[in-house]
Design a protein around this ligand. Sequence first.
Ligand code: G3I
Length: 400
Amino acid sequence: MTIAKTIARLLSRGMGILLLVTALQACAVKSTYIPRDESETGLRDAAEALGLHIGVAVDAQELENNPKYAQVIQREFSSVVPENALKLDALQPRPGEYSFTQADAILAFARDRGLPMHGHTLVWHRQIPAWIRNEKRSADEAEALLKTHIETVLTRYGTEIASWDVLNEAVGPAGGLHASFWLASIGTSYIPKVFTWARKAAPEAELYYNENDIGISPSGGGSRFTNPLINYKRLMRKSQTTYRMLEKLLARGVPVDGVGLQMHIRPRYRPTRNELQQTLRRFALLGLKIRISELDVALEAPVTEEKLIAQGEIYSDVLAACLAEPQCTGVTIWGLSDAHSWIPQVFKNLDQATLFDENLKKKPAYYSLLNTLKTWCEKEGADSPRCVKSGTVVQRGESR
Ligand code: G3I
């Protein structure tokens, strides 16, 4: 449909100046997508056509109390991950007393809709319940606590939840290992041990190491060192420490199947597409599967239409980097809407990081992702196994 017809249709359907402005800007911005018709297939179908999952972090209470929340998730996403329900403080709030209710509810929602669920996260330096971290514990005692926790959770879920963040954020912000109760109590051996215990408890599950701020690496190219807000040296050290830790674990036969790059993008952390693509390839060459595990793009106040359009470009860059990496299994968005995002709870001047606004209305970033999914094979992926496999390859010169 021509642009004039799109605009005329938008006007005739009274969709408001905002959408018209966006439509006009879409002409200038390569990847923002304006829906031709609400019956358009959503992100889920478009991603599945390319062999990619598109996931979202979910909250059990919202799933239970907000029918529209559940409906949007079912329509747009092909996997879910509990934002908090599978963390140690949620599962074992008191010694030996497990609370699986919220995790079970999310799993039931996923199971009823045929959605795979990713487990997040068995071991982290945060969200450790007070009864564990507030007591000095010997190495043996801390190991027994952690091993029992992992065995208990994976025995319960290890077959239905097919992939897990076994260990989250073990590397510190400037390289080196992140301070943690587990490191202090057990020592560095806690890292290989948790993967070994997990493999034994759930032999079929895919075991991931999950990390933040590792999308920029020495192998990256492009606009490195050009963004004055980014501390490239610090981020390089963090990415290098993570890479070398995984390389050593794999060399020792520690069962790590994949790496999750969280990708919480914000003004001080924004890999270019090329840098991210090179970094994904670097980790993939270790033999690891890749997940973009917690994507969101936080915007600085005041949020303008231009910033929302630019946000869509960044989302599309990350998606395109994953599409271009054959070992990238998918992208998970960290929170369904701006009303559910963790960002404003932590960053006072950042907000509106997700694909849907606080009323669950699709934002330009949603359309940008959908457009990238729908056009990637034509624009750059014609030779990719994702396109050939899905039958969407466009023979050169052939009209669609
Ligand atoms: O469950 C308690 C509730 O009982 C209490 O009334 C309430 C008020 O204090 O707090 C509730 O716990 C909150 C928890 O989320 C569950 O909602 C914590 O305060 C709050 O800090 C916690 O925030 C989560 C954060 O991890 C914890 O560090 C965010 O929702 C979650 O999005 C965020 O996710 C992490 C990933 O797991 C790992 N990667 C980074 C990412 C962002 O920090």
